[in-house]
Write a protein of this length. Structure first.
Length: 442
């Protein structure tokens, strides 16, 4: 069983200005570290405070206007506005308080500021996500035209219970059963609003607590545990999804990860150790002949050596190859946990593992929506390799080639984002010695 992730919906909820007690109630259990990061993120917090001001102004529009006009008060003197938020925005040189203003002018100001500043928050979301769909929740297009803001006000007040936690967003309101309940729900509704279908389910679902707890119990019950990875029969990005979405304190008890690799596999394995805290041994296995890999033999020997010489009593085997049953059955006193990919692993080996009470799970079950950093690093490493030959390459062909070498099944949106950010921005630089070189804008 898999569960829906909440990182995207939590980020959107924070930026929209939803109250902290609600954020804690709905998101803190799954997204505590993310929320702590957002609380100190200046760009996200600026949008949050501006959205809070806009929502409050919509809800108290006439009352605010009366106080501004007849009692000569301003927003920082009205109890329904958060004075600390206003003060912080002013300290950040975002000037909120104006003289001789009415509610209508404040609404124009807040909308203008949100429209101008939302773009810098693009970095808070993964490249695979259609940022324009997220941005549209915040931006009111054509807001300076006659009746645009008036119509938004009327629509909001008439349908306020359909807005998430009664906070204003730019949309056609309807009862969708909780827009921000989780990432799967949010993206399904967002994509449908824009006439598209969201089908990247693996990026917004994660392994359930039972699967994770079984892994934690295996680690805790072991004297020493290591992870042995058959790089030929494993997906590096899915494995990183496993390591990324497990509790890091539990993973810290693992002695090491040993990568048994072949030169035919992706160079992404070289990057993995830069993104995890567990010590990594990378063993590249040479071939005697091109058509015969020796990775399985080398890995079997390595696991046996770790068991008999290095005192490692438990192993997490990451491979979909049934040949490792020979290894497992040859070390009856060792403990094993096996991780595989659904499409590569046959039912007989799963039945054998179950029969011998060896816990097994699929790396496909873990979320891959939050592993952009590794993918980006791999793509940039490959891109750098092609820099000397750029003048003989087509930029679009280059994009496809580096994705192919990285073994990344990227969406068209992911490819386009990478193209615009890193390929279109390649530039020629002159070093101190007068030599030309091509530089990637990272």
């Amino acid at each position: 069983m898999r569960v829906n992730t909440k990182e995207i919906s939590a980020t959107v909820a924070y930026m929209l200005g939803i109250r902290k007690n609600i954020l804690t109630k709905y998101y803190d259990e799954e997204c505590h570290d993310l929320l702590e990061t957002l609380y100190v993120d200046k760009d996200a917090t600026i949008i949050r405070y501006l959205c809070k001001l806009r929502t409050t102004l919509l809800q108290k529009f006439k009352k605010t206007d009366f106080e501004l006009m007849y009692n000569m008060k301003n927003l920082d003197k009205l109890e329904w506005y958060d004075k600390d938020n206003i003060k912080q925005l002013e300290e950040w040189n975002i000037h909120i308080i104006r003289v001789n203003y009415r509610s209508e002018k404040y609404m124009l100001d807040f909308t203008k500021l949100i429209n101008e500043k939302i773009g810098v928050c693009r970095r808070l979301f993964a490249d695979w996500l259609n940022w324009d769909f997220i941005k549209d929740l915040f931006v009111i297009p054509g807001y300076t035209k006659k009746n645009v803001l008036i119509n938004e006000f009327k629509k909001y007040m008439a349908n306020i219970d359909f807005y998430p936690f009664q906070v204003y967003i730019h949309w056609k309101p309807y009862d969708c059963g909780g827009l921000l309940i989780n990432d799967s729900k949010l993206l399904k509704e967002l994509y449908e609003m824009h006439g598209e279908y969201f089908d990247e389910v693996n990026k917004v679902k994660d392994a359930d607590d039972e699967t994770k707890n079984n892994i934690y119990h295996f680690i805790e019950d072991s004297f020493k545990v290591a992870i042995a990875v058959d790089c030929e029969n494993s997906d590096v990005y899915k494995l990183y999804g496993v390591l990324k979405n497990l509790n890091q304190d539990e993973l810290a008890k693992i002695e090491k990860i040993v990568l048994y690799d072949d030169y035919h596999t992706t160079g992404a394995w070289d990057c993995l150790e830069n993104f995890i805290k567990i010590p990594v041994e990378h063993i590249e296995v040479e071939r005697v002949t091109d058509h015969k890999s020796l990775v399985d033999i080398k890995m079997t020997a390595g696991v046996c050596k770790d068991y008999y010489e290095n005192g490692i009593s438990s192993f997490i085997i990451v491979s979909s190859d049934s040949d490792y049953w020979g290894l497992i059955s040859s070390l009856p006193d060792a403990s094993f946990l096996v991780m595989y990919e659904y499409k590569k692993c046959g039912q007989p080996i799963k039945d054998a593992l179950t029969e011998h009470h060896i816990y097994h799970c699929s790396i496909d079950d873990f979320c891959t929506g939050n592993i952009e950093a590794l993918k980006r690093a791999v793509l940039l490493n490959i891109l750098e390799k092609y820099l000397p030959d750029l003048l003989m390459l087509n930029s679009r062909d280059l994009l496809e080639q580096i994705n192919l070498e990285a073994r990344i099944e990227a969406t068209s949106n992911e490819k386009e984002v990478f193209y615009q950010k890193y390929i279109r921005t390649l530039r020629l630089k002159l070093d101190k010695l007068g030599n030309f070189r091509v530089e990637i804008d990272k």
